[in-house]
Write a protein that binds this ligand. Structure first.
Ligand SMILES: Cc1ncc(COP(=O)(O)O)c(C=O)c1O
Length: 464
């Protein structure tokens, strides 16, 4: 019997292609729509993204080669370890075998650099000189700042006000990588000024920060800048599949032939897509796998929000995407899992949920922090508050395996460490945090705006 704690892949065995779930999903995906209600053409996206990434965004090719130049950037920390959480298993007295993919080992401390280095590389190839983005918890901004520094690109980050105030060290990391980071809403864009005029004390939101970043990217003189998004879009999900593809190879090294449960926390959906999409492919082809995206009860996009066309940002600058959405005017409560506060989620994940390929869950923050502390006290690592949602669901599934008396294999994605999120832990330990669920009243109020957009056509499920 295998006694490993950690499973490493040789660098030479790193996956050389990304997996594109769009090639295998049943049903027809609803295309992004432009302001006239017609599908957007690649040319319409050209001021915002470089054409080589737009091609990936619309691709239905199953496997896409990872360029050698991107692999060389990824080798700085990849392949990431797969770890068997034996100490947690023992504490839970479960027959389940729990594995986690440790994405906290990247220089920025999370999975986000997997797509940041790829996006920066493709932009550089296309001749772009500056990337502009938004960040919620600060992880994505740090990742893009890191990637731009490796490739000599200028980087500007609009950081959601509440995180900017709560996480000064993330801002400092971005500065250390040479990026410029400002609080959003800011006075530097029309979108920011409009919001500040209406709501001077707003904590900000990812939707507002996205509007600001797109505005700045498209108004840069000479078309030298582009916008970069850290989640939600198809090409971002694609870049993250290296996580699940590596995990499959590592599980094979320790003779695990079947995975029963795959878990990841879900904000815009990228780390969850990364760990799960290669397994969704197996499920489409007949495997029996429970695939669980986990979100906060205060921002219940997949579990309660309608499936509808909506903008990805507050100022309505992005195309309309078919996704589960709480409405682009959603202002989330200031829970500590900043990266899970987005109003929408990846269209590929939304479609997979509608097709019954995934089983979303929504958890309260107190259960998540309690789970994160047990994880820290057994396995040792203090995880990001976002990741704590995956840990809490893993613990639920391990208990379920115990009740059922089944030796299940559970795989979860450890999307990031929490070393710069200790304020949340402090509040939890001081008893200052409470549970919070989105009320039906607020859900109805925020989703009212969706009615003016077309309903997606082809999905089996119309509401969350
Ligand atoms: C550590 C960590 N995990 C998860 C997320 C959620 O993003 P996504 O759903 O795109 O993986 C974030 C976002 O900032 C994050 O920082």
């Amino acid at each position: 019997m295998d006694k490993s704690y950690k499973v490493f892949l040789n660098e030479k065995d790193i996956p050389r292609q990304w997996y594109n779930l769009a090639a295998d999903l049943p049903g027809t995906l609803n295309p992004p729509l432009g302001p006239d209600g017609n599908p957007v053409s690649p040319d319409m996206l050209a001021p915002v993204f470089p054409m080589n990434l737009i091609e990936q965004e619309v691709s239905t090719q199953r496997w896409i080669d990872i360029p050698e130049g991107v692999l060389e950037l990824l080798y700085r920390w990849r392949p990431s370890p797969l770890v068997r959480a034996r100490h947690l298993e023992k504490a839970l007295n479960t027959p389940a075998r729990i594995y986690y993919k440790n994405e906290s080992v990247s220089p920025a401390g999370s999975h986000k650099p997997n797509t940041a280095v790829a996006q920066a590389w493709y932009n550089k190839e296309f001749g772009v000189k500056k990337l502009v983005t938004e960040t919620g918890a600060g992880q994505w901004g740090t990742a893009l700042a890191f990637a731009c520094s490796l490739l000599g690109l200028e980087c500007k980050v609009f950081m959601v006000r509440i995180s900017f105030d709560q996480k000064p060290y993330r801002k400092l990391m971005m500065h250390a990588y040479g990026a410029n980071c400002v609080a959003s809403p800011s006075n530097e864009t029309q979108a920011g000024r409009d919001i500040l005029e209406k709501y001077p004390d707003t904590p900000g939101s990812l939707g507002i920060a996205i509007s600001e970043a797109i505005e700045e990217a498209v108004s840069e003189p000479g078309g030298k800048a582009r916008y970069s998004l850290g989640s939600v879009l198809n090409h971002v999900m694609l870049h993250q599949t290296i996580i699940g593809l590596e995990a499959k190879k590592q599980l094979a090294l320790v003779n695990e032939k079947k995975v029963d449960v795959v878990i990841g926390c879900a904000g815009g959906g990228s780390n969850f897509a990364g760990i799960s999409f290669p397994f969704v492919s197996d499920k489409i082809h007949g495997a029996d796998i429970d695939i669980i995206p986990v979100e906060p009860a205060s921002c219940p996009t997949l579990t309660r929000a309608p499936f509808h066309y909506d903008h990805g940002d507050t100022a309505e600058m992005t195309p309309l995407l078919a996704m589960h959405s709480l409405g682009h005017g959603f202002i989330p409560p200031p829970i500590h899992a900043g990266g899970l506060r987005y109003h929408g989620i990846s269209p590929l994940i939304s479609h997979s949920v509608n097709e019954g390929l995934m089983r979303p869950e929504a958890l309260q923050q107190l259960e998540c922090y309690e789970a994160a502390l047990l994880f820290a006290q057994t396995e040792g690592l203090i995880v990001a508050p976002e990741t704590s949602h995956a840990v809490a669901q893993t613990i639920r599934e391990a208990y379920r395996a115990r009740e059922e008396g089944k030796e299940k294999v559970i795989l979860f994605n450890l999307s990031g460490h929490g070393f710069l999120d200790l304020t949340g832990y402090e509040k939890y330990l001081n008893g200052e945090l409470t549970n919070h669920s989105l009320s039906d009243e607020d859900l109805n109020r925020f989703t009212e705006s969706l009615k003016k957009y077309p309903a997606p056509k082809t999905s089996k499920v119309q509401t969350g």
